[in-house]
Structures are given as structure tokens and as C-alpha cells.
Design a protein around this ligand. Sequence first.
Ligand code: OOG
Ligand code: NI
Length: 474
Amino acid sequence: MRTMTSAQVRAAFAIRLARIYGEEVPLYATLVEVSQQVNRDVIAARGAGALKLGGVERVTAERHGAIRVGTPDELHQVGRIFAAMGMYPVGFYDLREAAPDPVPVVSTAFRPIDPDELEFNPFRVFTSVLVPDDPRFFDPGLQQELTAFLARRQLFPPELMPLADALATEGELPTEQAERFLKLAASAFELSPEPVEVAWYRRLERVSSVAADIGGVTTTHVNHLTPRVLDIDELYRRMTTLGVTMIPSIQGPPRWGGPDVLLRQTSFRALDEARPMRFEDGSVRAGTLRVRFGEVEQRAIALTPAGRDLIESFDTQIHQKMRDEHHGERAQVTESVWRAGMPATEESLLAQDLGYFRFAPGNPVDASVQAGGTPRARRVEGTAISALDLVRSGALIATPIVYEDFLPRSAAGIFSSNLTGAGTIDAEQAGTVRDAAWISRALDRPVHSGEALYERQSRESLVKAVKTLGLNPS
Ligand code: OOG
Ligand code: NI
């Protein structure tokens, strides 16, 4: 009997969503095409070095999706669907705290957590859940109506859920059932032809256009699907040359002349999409909504908590400099702050334990390197062996671990740069408590920490490489 594994279903699901999204948002095809041209050019110019953060097949196929749901029950179902495809919740993002444009959602991302699974297909989905009972956004009357509206709808067909559970438990399904799962799961994220109830949608939109996108309709859809590009500045230039209106900036850490870090993202502006609308007199007419956009991203090395703290401190410095002095353009100030404070090479990121690396055995080892032990550099557990010394002697090869997660500030920036209106918020009220533990309870599964996963990958690769070299950590 032919079967499909969870990983194969994940890869196929990413392709199906791309087909759906590409038909719905034609400019997406241009974005993918330009991304792939840029990737080919970067690989031609930089060779293998361009691919140390992921092989060519991985990067070419790599996408992240973004979806938005309304209730803990819907989130729970989403968790089952993604578990079927080997995708698990990682990280917690509170977009309600995002200045200057708070959005009434909290989020996590579903993704593979095992390095081999990520290399096979790294498809991930940024998933937001509405907080309809947050009094800063919704008054008591609206809270009640919204909660009742959400409780009545069903996003996923009942036939899908047992298929999802079987695939999650078995790790594979007979091909026919896997195909059925794929069809049902993908079509749940297709844009619905059902008319939008205009009065209800507009009421929510006055609070937040994201609230309207989630709670204003009885279905859900992919909000965006994001390809990965190896040079996002070049992608931005080429899209602009083609006449596509991009958001004004690239979000995330700057390009500054040293190693790129974490994640940089940009997007083209949300476009008018035709949606049938039902008006209060009962008539249905063609209308337009503007909620979906085309995002693109460049991924780089994952930073340790110390590395994250360091670049946070740059933001404070940049802010102060822009305020206190006439330093000129923000881009120049940013670059000078980064150049002054950030180690200029990957090796120095390793030396100061600011970035995560995985290790592989290099040249046969010279025993003398075992003695040293450079301060702050990664140690082989239970020994005085320093990974840095082994790397410097050529005994170990260190490769940066790619950042697989999201950045709360960029996510907020992406949300807000595509909003149709400012929305309203009552800052005097206390927010409803939502945290990683809440998401974990709603999903009935643990929410992983990205940092813990990078840390484990780094440590395990180090122990293995050192054993291969015959250094046997105790
Ligand atoms: C999600 C926005 C966040 C990202 O890449 O940071 C996001 C949304 O608009 O639903 O996708
Ligand atoms: Ni995104």
C-alpha cells in the first residue's frame, strides 16, 4: 500500500496553498518569480557560501503562511491539523502590545522542530488568535456579539479532524486518505465566495481591520504566503523597478556590513480584492476588501538571548541619537551604531556566544587545543574543551543555525503597514491575560521555545562532532 508521510504531506500542503493563494493574489506569482531570480543570481555570485543557511532545495521551496482564527477551539483544531504535518507551536507573540499599532491578537507559529525535518521542508504558519474579550478593544456589547458569532461558525469540516489525528498518530497515511486530508485542509483556507455582511464587518473594522478580517466572516483564509529570498534589498529594488508598491521599509535588523542576523521582511501593499457584499437591505453587490498582501523574507543566523539583548540595546542607542543630535538619516545612524557594537564576523559571534552554531568535525585534532578554554565561548559540556579553540584550530567546522521563527516587532510592523485604518483602543483598560501558557492550554500541547531548540541543536551537534574527533566528552 502506498502511503504519504507527515513530512510529504507538509510539503504537498505548502504547494497546494501556493496554488490557491497564487490564483487569488496574482501578484504573488511575480513575487515568487523575482525571489527565485534573485536567489539564482546570489548563488551564482557567492557560490556555496550563499547556501550555508539552508540548501538550494530547501530555500527554493521555503514558505511561511499566516492565518488568523477567532477562538481557542478553532486554535485547537488548527493545532491538530498542523500536528498531522509534523508542525508544532513555537514561540508566543503578543501583538496587542505592539506600538504604535496594537492588534487584538496573540500568536504562535507552527513549524517542524527537528533539524532534518526543517531541511526536508521547513513550511511554517504564523497563527494568530483573536482576543474578543480584551476590553481595550471591544466594549461589553460587542464582546458578546462577537463571541456568539464566532461560536456559531465552523471553519473545518468534521471529516478533516479524524484524518488529521490519524496522520499525527501514525506519521503516515495511505495515499488516498492523505490526498483527502490535503484537499479538505487546503480548501478550508481558500477565500470564501460567501457574501460579507457589510454592517457587521464595518462595525468590527472600526475597532481593528484585523478583528474584521477574523470575526467579520464565517470562514478563514490564508492571509499571506511568504517566499524566502537570499538578498532582500535586491528583491526590494527589483520589485520597485517593476512598478510594484512596496511598504516603505524592510522590517527587522538592518544590513550593516557584517553578518546578517535573524530575519528581515518586507511586503507589497494590500490590494483591493473583489468580495461579494450583503447590505442591510438584503441586496448583494460586488465590493472590495483590502486585507491580503505579499510578504517576502530573508532569514539569517539565530541569536542567543545575549545576542538579542545586544541588538535591543542598539535600538535604544539609535533612538537616543536620533532624538538628541542631528546625526542625519536614520539609516546611517543605524549602520554606525551596529558597526560600533556588533562583532564583525561570524567567528566573533561564536567567540562571544551571541549567535547559535552547529558543529561538524574538521581536521584531525591536535591535542594541545584541549587545554585552553576561551572565556564565554561555547564549552563542551562537562569538559574544559572550548568549541572556539577547536574551530580556530580547524578541528571543528562551525556553521550558523538559521533563525526559524518570527520577530514580534516586524510582525506588528507587517500587520500595521497593511491595515486599512487606525482602529480604536482604550488604553486606560487592563488587557485580558494571554500568554504562552494560555496558548498551550488552548492547544493542549506544549508551546516550544525557539531558543531552547537552537540551543539543543547546537549542543547535540557539538557533542557528536567532538566524539567523532575522539575527544570523548565525559
Ligand atoms: C501575521 C503577521 C505576522 C510575520 O511574518 O511576521 C507575520 C498576519 O498578518 O496575520 O506573518
Ligand atoms: Ni508573515
